[in-house]
Design a binder for this molecule. Sequence first.
Ligand SMILES: Nc1ncnc2c1ncn2[C@@H]1O[C@H](COP(=O)(O)OP(=O)(O)OP(=O)(O)O)[C@@H](O)[C@H]1O
Ligand SMILES: [Mg+2]
Length: 260
Amino acid sequence: MIRTVTATRYVLPLREGGSLPAIVEADDLGIYVAKFRGAGQGVSALVAELVAGEIGRALGLPVPEIVLIEMDAALSRNEPDYEIRQLLKASVGLNLALDYLPGSTMFDPAARDAASAEEASLIVWFDAFTQNVDRTPRNANLLVWHRRLYLIDHGAALYFHHNWETMPSKIESAFAETAHHILLPWASRIEQASAHAHARLTREIFEGVLDLVPDEWLDDGRTALTPAQKRAAYADFFVRRLAASRIFEEEAMRAHAQLV
Ligand SMILES: Nc1ncnc2c1ncn2[C@@H]1O[C@H](COP(=O)(O)OP(=O)(O)OP(=O)(O)O)[C@@H](O)[C@H]1O
Ligand SMILES: [Mg+2]
């Protein structure tokens, strides 16, 4: 299940975010970080955010609650900033939002933030599985909130969906980008992470996650596939990548061994 809320107020842009995300208030009085379908990255970034985020949650990783957020045209009318007004106009319809974690800080080893071997290994495994390149020292996309880590920003995962013809060649990718993962120094238990992931992830889990994706995000007019066919193609990718996980696990273990 995923909740749908309606945006009632655009509060503040998060200028550090490349996709111009914003703090938004909704009709349930919740405060969210909204990611807009009209942003340059396109609606596929929202699919990646939702699908990767919910797979992370299925693995037991801490991801802020994800909701669908309806934006109507009225929201942009009082917006004085031209760029934001254009973004809101281009985002009428269903967008994605994450529960806002007030007072959270970005994970920073220089500030003595650290991770347990179990958690770091599972996060490294998860990012290699979903092919997320955005968890590096330059851009951790990992919040610390009440002393716990929270995973955010999965919009760059599942990069193959920008060009579906490349998908088959990505199933067995070793994902060399793991070498730049911010948690790699702590990720000494990739074997255990693999066992944990294989115990939790199934085709049914993937299909359940893909059912959460609104049809309108899958119907971007760039491929001939229907939304149902796209869901099946994503599920197929995940099932086959899970079966091939040795390849990226060995890469992660090798990259970790080179650090220590
Ligand atoms: N749930 C949240 N709670 C609190 N702050 C958040 C949350 N989600 C995002 N932020 C803040 O907003 C910033 C931008 O969010 P996010 O990284 O998701 O956007 P982006 O546009 O994809 O950014 P990037 O520049 O990394 O591509 C984060 O770096 C973080 O500081
Ligand atoms: Mg980010």
